[in-house]
Design a protein around this ligand. Structure first.
Ligand code: APR
Length: 391
């Protein structure tokens, strides 16, 4: 099998890249080890940055997002028993769209298939070879038999544990990482959201986030110790803890409860692999970087990588101009490190450290108070949250 760009992974990065390349007349093949329904139902992020929403629309896959997603013009920071709104358009002129990653993946798969794209499900890449040559290859297994995808370029969009990242020569790459001493316990519940916008709550017992997937589905998270056993968290305990952390002092606001349809644990970590390329292999999305979910940047970074790579492949393939490809990693990493810092900053701002002292707690409250009372500080949050403009 032969193609111009061999893409490993049918997550948002791989699918969006394949879609963008198709629009520019460049052939690609996407190899995905899971089946289609698994990819379309995997619960992940749900906040789409302003410029990513615009890019989806501009490439003709924003219709369902604009119909079913929610434009959010702010978030609430809740601490010390009070809520404070951060108004995005007033501070930055931008907003975000609440639309689940799983829906973006569903839209992109449908579109690739309607456009005659080759997305091979149940096809697991096992090796990437010849990245220092002009004809790299991806070995993969489909239907129990070994096959080879010959390409001009390989885009590894296969997540952190994918084969793409491990094909980079170890002596020329560096991995930067940071762990956090807590995780997120997330639930998906069949109940209308209890608020119109996302609520980020800082509480002495830990952070909590109220988010939503639709008018009838709520997504809620609790900061928990990293070694938490989900078996210790029956639904009632989760709801009670959420109630405590979201409680307002002078308000009878109450959290709506409903049937819990999914419960999961998300570890928190930050990782960056540098450079994001070697020879004819290019990494995009989680394959190159991981952020803790607090800043809602994982999905958006993956989409920005795809946009950059699509431009770079187009220039190389159509005009023979390889400068975009040569500079891909350096260009992408500017946004990546900004998002890494913002995600770390939001995480540190909102999560009390398990070993934190009373002094630390006072610092936290002072920091939060500064953000909600200083337009300059609030703008910094809003600018990063809604996403910096495309470079
Ligand atoms: N062969 C084929 N497919 C593979 C292989 C392999 N060897 N290894 C992994 N994959 C597939 C996975 O099954 C998955 O569908 O690669 C895809 C990677 O998709 P994502 O994990 O969604 O990664 P990405 O597209 O970079 O999107 C990043 O996902 O984890 C979230 O918060 C993160 O929202 C961000 C987004």
């Amino acid at each position: 099998m032969r193609t111009t760009v061999g893409i490993i992974g049918a997550g948002p990065a791989g699918l969006f890249l394949s879609h963008l390349l198709h629009r520019r007349g460049i052939d690609s093949v996407v190899l995905e080890r899971r089946d289609r329904s698994y990819c379309e139902s995997r619960q992940r992020a749900g906040v789409v940055e302003h410029s990513v929403a615009e890019a989806l629309r501009a490439s003709g896959v924003g219709e369902r997002m604009d119909r079913d997603g929610f434009v959010h013009e702010g978030i609430e920071l809740r601490f010390d028993g009070r809520g404070h709104r951060i108004d995005f358009p007033a501070l930055t002129g931008r907003n975000v769209v609440i639309y689940a990653q799983t829906e973006i993946v569903t839209d992109l798969i449908a579109r690739r298939i309607a456009d005659g794209g080759r997305v091979l499900f149940d096809a697991e890449a096992t090796d990437v070879e010849g990245i220092d040559t002009e004809s790299p290859r991806v070995r993969f297994v489909a239907d129990g038999s070994e096959e080879v995808l010959e390409c001009d370029y390989v885009a590894a969009c296969d997540g952190f544990h994918g084969v793409g990242r491990s094909a980079l020569p170890t002596d020329s790459m560096r991995c930067f990482d940071k762990g956090y001493p807590f995780a997120w316990l997330g639930i998906l519940a069949d109940v209308a959201p209890s608020c119109d916008e996302l609520v980020y709550a800082h509480h002495p017992r830990g952070f909590a986030l109220h988010s939503m997937r639709s008018e009838s589905v709520s997504r809620l998270y609790l900061q928990v110790p990293s070694d938490t056993d989900l078996g210790d968290w029956p639904d009632e305990r989760v709801w009670d803890e959420l109630d405590t952390r979201f409680a307002l002092r002078d308000d009878d606001w109450a959290l709506r409860r409903g049937p819990v349809t999914d419960k999961s644990l998300t570890p928190m970590r930050s990782v960056v692999t540098e450079p994001m390329q070697h020879g004819r292999l290019f990494l995009a999305g989680d394959a190159a970087h991981i952020v803790p979910p607090t800043g809602a940047k994982g999905l958006n970074l993956a989409m920005h990588d795809a946009l950059l790579l699509a431009d770079a492949f187009t220039s190389a393939h159509t005009d023979g101009d390889t400068s975009g490809l040569e500079g891909y990693s350096a260009t992408a990493l500017r946004r990546v490190w900004r998002a890494e810092h913002f995600s770390y900053w939001m995480t540190s701002l909102l999560h009390p450290a398990p070993e934190g002292s009373d002094f630390d707690r006072r610092l936290h409250l002072s920091h939060l108070d500064h953000i909600v009372s200083s337009p300059a500080a609030a703008t910094q949050l809003a600018e990063n949250y809604t996403g910096l403009p495309r470079v």
